[in-house]
Design a binder for this molecule. Structure first.
Ligand SMILES: [Zn+2]
Ligand SMILES: [Zn+2]
Ligand SMILES: [Zn+2]
Ligand SMILES: [Zn+2]
Length: 109
């Protein structure tokens, strides 16, 4: 264990601090993004909600449009049909107002 830069306790693990819950590296093996703001509630790259993962190893994301929680592996919101990733090329859809994929121009929604 190392010293956590947020709470200064020796509770910093590989991915997060077990003392204050700050996350430093996304624990999803396929992602592994460096979390620049350790108090972020979710991964900026893959969308994982850290609290559910740390408490119960559950991989959930929150839809940026309707705010409902669902499995991280979904590429489209089950509730409002918002695409998290382009169904054709897998590109992350960066905005809730996008109607086409910025990379391959697939129509979304
Ligand atoms: Zn800490
Ligand atoms: Zn991630
Ligand atoms: Zn939604
Ligand atoms: Zn695409």
């Amino acid at each position: 264990m190392e010293k956590c830069p947020v709470c200064k306790e020796l509770k910093k693990g590989k991915f997060w601090c077990s003392g204050c819950g700050a996350v430093f590296t996304c624990p999803v093996p396929a992602c592994g993004a460096e979390i620049r703001k350790p108090q972020d509630p979710s991964c900026p790259r893959c969308g994982l909600l850290f609290a559910d993962y740390i408490q119960g190893r559950k991989m959930y994301r929150q839809c940026p449009k309707c705010r409902k929680k669902q499995g991280l592996s979904e590429s489209q919101c089950k509730f409002c049909k918002y695409w998290f990733m382009c169904p054709t090329c897998g590109h992350k859809v960066p905005s809730t107002s996008m109607l086409t994929c910025p990379r391959c121009a697939t129509r979304l929604g």
